[in-house]
Ligand binder design. Sequence first.
Ligand code: C2E
Ligand code: MG
Ligand code: MG
Ligand code: MG
Length: 288
Amino acid sequence: VAKERGGARVQCFDAALRTRLLERISIAHDLRDCESRGELRVQYQPLLTASGRRLVGAEALLRWEHPTRGLVSPGDFIPVAEETGLIVPIGTWVLDESLRQLRCWLDDLNDPDDQAGDQGDLSIAVNLSSLQLQSPGIVTLVEEMLHRHRIPPHLLVLELTESMVMNDAESSNGTLHQLRELGVALAIDDFGTGYSSLAYLRQLPINLLKIDRSFIEAMTDSERDRRVVAVICSLGHELGMETIAEGIETERQLEMLRGMRCDLVQGFHLGRPTTPEAIAKLLALRQR
Ligand code: C2E
Ligand code: MG
Ligand code: MG
Ligand code: MG
């Protein structure tokens, strides 16, 4: 009997696995030409200074408007895009679209007919997948795109994860240095969730540490987590980096982060991922 039940469980597990597999194959299939069908969108989430809540940038977050599935969130299709390699062309599209959009915002800001005149800069943060970082032409691609959209390189922030940078630190190091030489800024995303070797962190040409949302969430109830965040902020500053906290949902979290001298903040409390038009409105209202 036990054996039979065990067998049934295996079958049951197989069925669930099968469903998930078919689901992934179906997503993989639809993903193949989602770009040419015009189903990809980018939403932009505001990045603000912690001290004055000044809008200084936006993170580009990919969305897929599937004809039957509706809006598919990145958590559901980016893993599939990575497994199939489709993340490379999709990522190229995101970079192109985000830089094109940034150009529009900068043109609005610096409209020569506008009395206010030069309203300063805005940066764009784009998530990069490890396959993109490893793809041979990545440095040239970034350089050409910056040129095509006339974007000063320092306004582009490429977000990488700890595992990407640490796992193949040897091979990615060269590429990261080349990207830095272009003038592009580099951020470590979801910092604290992977495991960073301090030796590498010290060597790598990283400009920004982006503290993972899970720490920000835990910080409100736990003194220990609060200290962890404070230490990450100091660590970043000691290494000459700026710190960003992501996932801020309350004013209290914002106040705590200000106390820790965290530089930049991002989260639903400050602005959800939104349309380019909404960002343009925020920019128009921005104080000098
Ligand atoms: P991420 O880069 O860490 O982006 C931040 C995620 O946290 C976004 O989820 C954002 O909507 C969400 N978020 C921001 N503030 C809050 C908050 O206050 N509370 C909560 N609960 N969530 C918040 P999203 O847009 O679903 O993206 C998920 C992940 O997908 C991203 O995490 C990033 O790793 C990946 N991703 C998104 N766009 C791209 C892309 O163009 N290329 C690549 N390779 N990955 C991308
Ligand atoms: Mg990110
Ligand atoms: Mg993140
Ligand atoms: Mg995250």
